[in-house]
Design a protein around this ligand. Structure first.
Ligand code: NAD
Ligand code: UD1
Length: 346
């Protein structure tokens, strides 16, 4: 294998992918981005060039276009793949299950085939805490029961199974890290890259950011009668740069030997309630942010937070940024968004 690893990053223009590209380049990896920009913007590549101090080579393609994907592998000859590209909106997946299965599962099958055909042995895969369904208890360990409560979650479970089947196949040389993210939030501290939700954000932190910016009137707090310390839902929010750095650690762990399969939670091990997140964001902004309490959102669980011990043991990684940094960075990014070509469109 090349001394300097070449990493193909699918979905590299997206939220988590773009932050990971920055960390990969800083760590000395060669990076090639693949994206069809179905949920991201081409100008992110210019921001990446600014942050990385060099152009980031990329190929615009849909993973479902197998001929284009095979040609890309033949040209780039990657040693490793980090696979972010997927559709991720839970509600939309309920409305359009076939589209979600086709894009997420179909795209992953095409990618794994190309990896096999071109002798690419290292895979880091974006999974999600959604594979734990409605968790029975917290903190959640990797051996907790699995289940999905929506088609998006099903696609993650199916993709995990496909990767494990490939790992178990006779003669397989694949080495794979399956990373189960808890609640990614925040942005790069430069304010140059961050999350770009389309339409009304479903997730809490971007909704809070848009409310702080005056784009939304007030936050709806979904449920205040959960059995948690203040009655609102508790989640494990992880700073996107910590998450990005975990991908670098995972690549190194795969490259440097040890287990052929790694499956780990990526979280902080700390839960924050909805009200605590709103308070932290208010501190970052320097004023209160309007919110009201409404009914629970169907399908939500009271709490969901990780036991991150295995990730620390296997990857030598743990999250270092707290919720205040997350809110300050998300706010910086949100404020800069009005200067981008995207502001009027999304
Ligand atoms: P994102 O939508 O910002 O990024 C995904 C990128 O993949 C986008 O740039 C999109 O254009 C691209 N893409 C999608 N389908 C494609 C296809 N068929 N061909 C080529 N490109 C395609 O999402 P994100 O938040 O960065 O999430 C990255 C990964 O992490 C996803 O697999 C997601 O399911 C997973 N994940 C995200 C979260 C979260 O809260 N953001 C939580 C858990 C897991
Ligand atoms: C959601 C998805 C999950 C996905 C994750 C990351 C659902 C049911 N689950 O998880 O599959 O992996 O996003 O993308 O959609 N909240 C409010 N008001 C809001 C928004 C959210 O009170 O306007 C609350 C929620 O009830 C929850 C917390 O904030 O308690 C976090 O919500 P969210 O950011 O949507 O993440 P999850 O529900 O954990």
């Amino acid at each position: 294998m090349a001394e300097r690893m070449k990493v193909l990053v699918t979905g590299g223009a997206g939220y988590i992918g773009s932050h990971t590209v920055v960390e990969l380049v800083a760590a000395g990896f060669d990076v090639h981005v693949v994206d069809n920009f179905c949920n991201s913007e081409r100008w992110i590549l210019q921001r990446l060039a600014t942050l990385c101090g060099r152009e980031i080579p990329h190929t615009e393609l849909n993973l479902l276009d197998e001929a284009a994907l095979q040609a890309c592998f033949a040209a780039v000859k990657p040693d490793a793949v980090i696979h972010f590209a997927a559709l991720k909106a839970v509600g939309e997946s309920v409305q359009q299950p076939l589209r979600y299965h086709r894009n997420n599962v179909g795209g992953t099958l095409a990618l794994l085939q190309a990896m096999q055909d071109h002798g690419c042995q290292h895979l880091v895969f974006s999974s999600s805490a959604t594979v734990y369904g409605n968790p029975e208890s917290c903190p959640i360990r990797e051996d907790a029961p699995l289940g999905a409560t929506n088609p998006y979650g099903q696609t993650k479970l199916v993709m995990e199974h496909v990767i494990r089947d490939l790992l178990a196949a006779p003669g397989s040389l694949l080495r794979a890290a399956i990373l189960r993210y808890f609640n990614p939030a925040g942005a790069h501290e430069s304010g140059l890259i961050g999350e770009l939700p389309r339409g009304v954000p479903n997730n809490l932190v971007p909704f809070v950011a848009q409310t702080a910016a005056g784009l939304r009137a007030e936050i709806s707090v979904f449920g205040d009668d959960y059995p948690t310390r203040d009655g609102t839902g508790v989640r494990d929010y992880i700073h996107v740069v910590d998450l990005a750095q975990a991908h670098v650690a995972a690549l190194r762990a795969l490259r440097d030997g040890g287990d052929r399969e790694i499956t780990v939670n990526l979280g902080t091990g700390n839960g924050f309630s909805v009200l605590e997140v709103i308070e932290a964001f208010s501190r970052a902004v320097g004023r209160p942010i309007p919110h009201k309490r409404v009914a629970r959102r169907p399908g939500d669980s009271a709490e969901c937070w990780a036991d991150p011990a295995l990730a620390e043991k296997v990857l030598g990684w743990k999250a270092s940024r707290g919720v205040d940094a997350m809110c300050a960075d998300a706010w910086r990014w949100q404020q800069g968004l009005s200067d981008t070509p995207t502001a009027a469109r999304r």
